[in-house]
Ligand binder design. Structure first.
Ligand SMILES: *Cc1c(COP(=O)(O)O)cnc(C)c1O
Length: 433
C-alpha cells in the first residue's frame, strides 16, 4: 500500500513540512516510505495521527523502560522545570546532578564512583576513550592509544565510536582514511578463543590503552548474546596486561537483561562504565561515563594539563537528571527487574515456535529482549508496514526482527506483540519464497 494512501485522509498539516525538511536517521530519503506521524504516547502504546494505537515493541530504541509518560517521571520534570531547567556545569553544580551521581555510584559495583555527564551515548563512549588514553598519558606511558573492540560491536555513530564498530560494517569503507582504525577481535567465547585473543594483543601491548565491550548483549550490531564467562575472560585479560576495561552498558543498563546492570551477572567490575538510553526512563537525553577511583586518581595532579578536557554544553542538564532520579526511584520501588525476568520467560515460550519456521536462522532471548534472526538480511520496508497494519511498532534491521518492549508491558500485550511478530515473520518468508 502506498504511504500517501495510508495517511491521505488524516495527514496532519505538519507532515508535509516533515517530508521536506526532516532528515531521518539511517534512511534513504528518496526511496523510504514516508514516516508515520506519531501523535502521542502512553504506557506501551504509540498513537498515530489517524488515531491508530500501536503496541510498541521497541520502546523508542529501548529507552522507555517504565513505558511512556510515566507520571512519576513527568512530575519530577515539571517540578524541576519551574526551579531551574538548565544551568552550565562549569564551576556550578546542582541538586539533581549531585543526587544522581551519588546514586549511580552506589548502584554500580566496586569503586565506580566518579560520574562524568554527557548528552548522548556516543559522547559518553568518546569520553570513556579519552579517559582511558589520558589515564596512561598522565602516568607517563606515552604510546598507549589504541583500543580493542569486538566483532559485531556497536558503540555509537561519531567518528571515534565508528572506529570501534566491526570493520565489515559499511561505514568503515565509506569513511576509510577519516579515522584511526582500532583493533577488532572475536569475543573470547571459550578458552581457545581467549588464548587467541591474548596471542593477538601481546605483541601490541605497548600501544593498547583499553578494551571495550557491550556486556552480555551486543545491541545494534545484531542483538548477539554471550555468557558471563566471556566477560570474566575479558576482565582477566585486562587485569593481566594492565589494560583499561570499558563496559558499554548504554543498551544493557537499567534492567534490559534482567539485572539492573549486565555486569552484575558476571560479577565483574570494569574500570569505566558508560550509561545512556534508559538512564532517564526514556524521557530526556542524558548519558554518563562512570570511572573507578583508580582512573579518577590518575587525573589528580598539581598540573592543570592533567585534567580531563571535556565539557558538553548541556552536560548534566537538570531536567534530565531529575528525570533520571525519578526513573531510579521506580527501579527501587517497583518490581521492574522481576518484570524483566518474567518477560524473558514469556518471550522464550512465545517466540519458540519461530525456530521451525521457514527462513528463520535463530531465536534468542535475554531479559526483555526477544530476537528472531532470519537466514538472510532484507530491505524490511514491506515488513515494517505490515507490522503497523497489524497494530505493532517493530523495526527489523540487518537480518533480525526483534522486540525490546517497555519492562512494564502487561502479559496480554506482550502475547499480542509476539503473535504479530510471528505472523509477520511467516508472511515475510512466504513473500520471499
Ligand atoms: C545506542 C548506543 C550507543 C550510542 O548512543 P547514542 O545516544 O545513540 O549516541 C552506544 N553504545 C551502545 C551499546 C548503544 O546501544
Amino acid at each position: 500500500m502506498a504511504s500517501t494512501e495510508r495517511t491521505a485522509s488524516v495527514a496532519p498539516d505538519w507532515l508535509d513540512a516533515a517530508r521536506r525538511h526532516v532528515w531521518l536517521p539511517y534512511t534513504q530519503m528518496r526511496t523510504a516510505p514516508a514516516p508515520w506521524p506519531a501523535a502521542r504516547t502512553y504506557g506501551h502504546i504509540i498513537e498515530l495521527a489517524d488515531g491508530r494505537q500501536l503496541i510498541d515493541g521497541i520502546a523508542s530504541w529501548w529507552t522507555a523502560a517504565h513505558g511512556y509518560n510515566h507520571p512519576h517521571i513527568a512530575e519530577a520534570i515539571t517540578r524541576q522545570l519551574e526551579v531551574m531547567p538548565h544551568i552550565m556545569l562549569g564551576g556550578l553544580v546542582h541538586e539533581p546532578g549531585a543526587r544522581l551521581a551519588a546514586r549511580l555510584a552506589a548502584m554500580l559495583p566496586g569503586h565506580l564512583n566518579h560520574v562524568f555527564f554527557a548528552d548522548s551515548g556516543s559522547v559518553a563512549v568518546e569520553v570513556a576513550l579519552k579517559m582511558a588514553i589520558q589515564f596512561f598519558l598522565n602516568r607517563g606511558e606515552k604510546g598507549r592509544k589504541r583500543i580493542v573492540a569486538f566483532a559485531d560491536a556497536y558503540h555509537g555513530d561519531t567518528f571515534a565510536t565508528m572506529a570501534l564498530a566491526d570493520p565489515k560494517e559499511g561505514m568503515h569503507t565509506l569513511f576509510a582514511g577519516t579515522f584511526q582504525p582500532q583493533i577488532t577481535a572475536p569475543l573470547p567465547h571459550d578458552a581457545a578463543a581467549e588464548q587467541a585473543l591474548r596471542d593477538m594483543i601481546e605483541p601490541q601491548l605497548g600501544e593498547i590503552a583499553a578494551m571495550i565491550v557491550e556486556p552480555l548483549v551486543q545491541g545494534a550490531g545484531g542483538m548477539r548474546m554471550h555468557t558471563p564467562e566471556t566477560l570474566r575472560r575479558i576482565r582477566a585479560i585486562c587485569d593481566d596486561y594492565g589494560i583499561v576495561m570499558i563496559c558499554d552498558e548504554i543498551f544493557t543498563g537499567f534492567g534490559r537483561t534482567g539485572s539492573l546492570f549486565a555486569i552484575e551477572q558476571a560479577g565483574i567490575v570494569p574500570d569505566i562504565v558508560t550509561l545512556g538510553k534508559a538512564l532517564t526512563g526514556g524521557a530526556l537525553t542524558l548519558a554518563a561515563t562512570v570511572a573507578s577511583d583508580a582512573i579518577y586518581d590518575a587525573f589528580l595532579s598539581d598540573d592543570a594539563g592533567a585534567a580531563l578536557m571535556h565539557g558538553p554544553t548541556f552536560m548534566g542538564n537538570p531536567l534530565a537528571c531529575a528525570a533520571a532520579n525519578a526513573s531510579l526511584d521506580l527501579f527501587e520501588r517497583e518490581p521492574r527487574l522481576m518484570e524483566a525476568r518474567a518477560m524473558e520467560a514469556r518471550l522464550r515460550e512465545r517466540l519458540a515456535p519461530a525456530r521451525d519456521m521457514p527462513g528463520v536462522a535463530d531465536v534468542r532471548t535475554l531479559g526483555a529482549i526477544g530476537v528472531i534472526q532470519l537466514e538472510a538480511p532484507g530491505d524490511f520496508g514491506w515488513l515494517k508496514a505490515h507490522f503497523v497494519e497489524a497494530g505493532a511498532w517493530i523495526r527489523p534491521f540487518g537480518d533480525i526482527v526483534y522486540v525490546t518492549p517497555a519492562l512494564t508491558m502487561p502479559p496480554d500485550a506482550l502475547d499480542r506483540l509476539a503473535d504479530i511478530l510471528l505472523e509477520g515473520v511467516a508472511a515475510w518468508a512466504r513473500r520471499n519464497r
